[in-house]
Design a protein around this ligand. Structure first.
Ligand code: 3HC
Length: 391
C-alpha cells in the first residue's frame, strides 16, 4: 500500500472544504488548491470555523487543538507546484470531463511517482478521467456525500485500469476520515459504471421528479406541497433536496445519464428554466425555495397528492437490481447500507423483498403514464432473483 501523509484537496467549494476538513481531522497534512486566492482563503476560513466548532464540543480528542490542526493546512493556486510533495490528491472540481482529465494529467506530470489521483466525481467514468494521464493505475474514485463531515458514506471506485494497490490505499484513507455523525461507511464500488452505487440507484428517481415538477408547474401547484406529499419519511423533501444538491448539478447529471444510460434522463422543463435563470438552489440563494436567510422553513401542511413515495421505492429497487445485474456491487446489503449512510434514507431492498411483485406492477403503470420506458422493471426485480444476492 502507498503511505499517505499529505493530501491535496483540489477545488475547495463546499464539498472540497468538507473533504479537507475531515482529512485534517484525520491527521493528514493538507494543501488547499483552487484557481483564485479568494477561493482558497474562503475555504481556509470555512474549514477553520468547522474545526473550531468541533473543538468547542470537545470532539478533537485529548490535547488536540484546532490551532494545531490548522498548522497542517496550506494553500496554493498553482496545481503543478502544489502536487510536488503530495501523496494523494482528491479533486472536487467542476463536473466536466475535459477539466477532470486536464487536472489528472497535470497531477501525474508534476507529482511524485507514487501519487494517487482520486476523483470525487458524482457520476463520471474514473477510467476515462485517468486514461490519458500516463498513470491510469494510480487513478481511482473517492466519492463523498454532502455535507461531507455529517454524511457517513464514502464510495471508493475501481476504474478499469485502477491497480489493487491504489484501490486498497484509497479504501484505507477513506476509512480513516472521521464523520461527525456516526461511524464512517465505506462502500467498495467494483465496476466503473455511471453514478456508482448511491447516485446511480437514486438517478432514475429524477426521471420521475422531472415529471412531477413539470406536472405541478402545469397545474399551478406550489412546490412545498410536493415536499408535503413526501411527509416526514425523507429528511429533506424532493424540492428542498434538489435545491440543496444544486439544480445545475441535477441538470448536468441528468444530461450525463441521458448520454450514458438512457435519453429518458433528459432534464424536464422546470429544471431547464431554473438553470437558465441561474436559480440554482442553496448556492445562489434561490431555487424552488428562498435560501437567502438559510435553510427554508417549508410549510408542509397541505399536500399536492401528486408525488407518491412508494413509486420512488419501486424505482430505487429496480435500479438497485440493475446495479446487481451489472456487478457494480457484490450484494444488496452494501447497496442498502450505502444509501442509508449517504442519504440518511433506507435503501429499497428491505421492503422490496416482500413488495417486488406489486412494485413491478406500479412501475409498468408509471412507465405508461410518463412515457419513460427506462422505468419499466428489469428481470432481476420482476423475478425476485435479487433476494438470493445478499452479500
Ligand atoms: N464542522 C463542524 N460542525 C458542523 C459542520 C462542520 N463542517 N457542519 C455542520 N456542523 C454541525 C452544525 O453546526 C450543527 O451543530 P449544532 O447541532 O451544534 O447546531 C450539527 O453539525 C448538525 O448540523 P445541522 O443542524 O445542519 O444538521 P441537521 O440535523 O439539520 O441535518 C443533514 C442536516 C445531515 C444535511 C440532513 O438534513 C440530511 O440528512 N439531509 C439529506 C442530505 C443528503 O441526502 N445528502 C446527500 C446528497 S447527494 C450527494 O451528496 C452526492 C453528490 O454526488 C452530489
Amino acid at each position: 500500500m502507498v503511505e499517505i501523509k499529505k493530501i491535496a484537496c483540489l477545488g475547495v467549494g463546499l464539498m472540497g472544504q468538507g473533504i479537507a476538513q475531515v482529512s485534517l481531522m484525520a491527521g493528514y497534512d493538507v494543501v488547499l488548491v483552487d484557481i483564485k486566492d479568494e477561493f482558497v482563503d474562503n475555504a481556509y476560513e470555512g474549514i477553520n470555523a468547522g474545526i473550531k466548532k468541533v473543538e468547542s464540543k470537545g470532539g478533537l480528542g485529548e490535547g488536540v487543538t484546532s490551532a494545531d490542526i490548522m498548522t497542517k493546512c496550506s494553500k496554493s493556486i498553482d496545481l503543478a507546484s502544489a502536487v510536488k510533495e503530495v501523496d494523494m490528491i482528491i479533486e472536487a472540481v467542476i463536473e466536466k470531463m475535459e477539466v477532470k482529465k486536464a487536472v489528472c494529467k497535470t497531477t501525474m506530470d508534476n507529482g511524485p511517482d507514487h501519487i494517487i489521483f482520486a476523483s470525487n466525481t458524482s457520476t463520471m467514468s474514473i477510467t476515462e478521467i485517468g486514461k490519458d494521464s500516463g498513470k491510469p493505475a494510480q487513478v481511482c474514485g473517492i466519492h463523498f456525500f454532502n455535507p461531507v463531515p455529517l454524511m457517513r458514506c464514502i464510495e471508493v471506485i475501481k476504474g478499469a485500469s485502477t491497480s489493487d494497490e491504489t484501490f486498497n490505499t484509497a479504501i484505507e484513507v477513506a476509512g480513516r476520515l472521521p464523520c461527525l455523525r456516526g461511524k464512517r461507511y465505506i462502500a467498495p464500488v467494483l465496476k466503473d459504471r455511471p453514478g456508482f452505487i448511491v447516485n446511480r440507484m437514486n438517478a432514475p428517481v429524477q426521471i420521475y421528479m422531472n415529471y412531477i415538477f413539470d406536472k405541478a408547474a402545469e397545474q399551478g401547484i406550489p412546490w412545498e406541497q410536493i415536499d408535503a406529499d413526501a411527509g416526514d419519511l425523507m429528511p429533506m423533501g424532493p424540492t428542498e433536496l434538489a435545491d440543496y444538491v444544486g439544480l445545475d448539478t441535477m441538470f448536468h447529471v441528468g444530461n450525463y445519464y441521458a448520454e450514458t444510460l438512457s435519453p429518458d434522463f433528459k432534464p424536464g422543463k422546470v429544471l431547464i428554466k431554473m438553470v437558465d435563470e441561474c436559480n440554482l438552489g442553496r448556492k445562489t440563494g434561490k431555487g424552488f425555495h428562498d435560501w437567502s436567510q438559510g435553510r427554508p422553513k417549508i410549510d408542509k401542511s397541505k399536500k399536492a397528492g401528486i408525488f407518491n413515495l412508494e413509486n420512488t421505492m419501486a424505482i430505487l429497487l429496480n435500479e438497485g437490481c440493475r446495479i446487481l445485474e451489472e456487478g457494480v456491487a457484490s450484494g444488496f446489503k452494501i447497496i442498502d447500507d450505502a444509501n442509508m449512510a449517504g442519504m440518511n434514507t433506507p435503501g429499497p431492498f428491505g421492503a422490496g423483498k416482500k413488495n417486488y411483485a406489486q412494485w413491478a406492477e406500479l412501475l409498468e403503470k408509471l412507465a405508461d403514464e410518463t412515457g419513460k420506458d427506462y422505468l419499466r422493471p428489469c428481470e432481476l426485480m420482476k423475478s425476485g432473483g435479487f433476494t438470493k444476492m445478499r452479500k
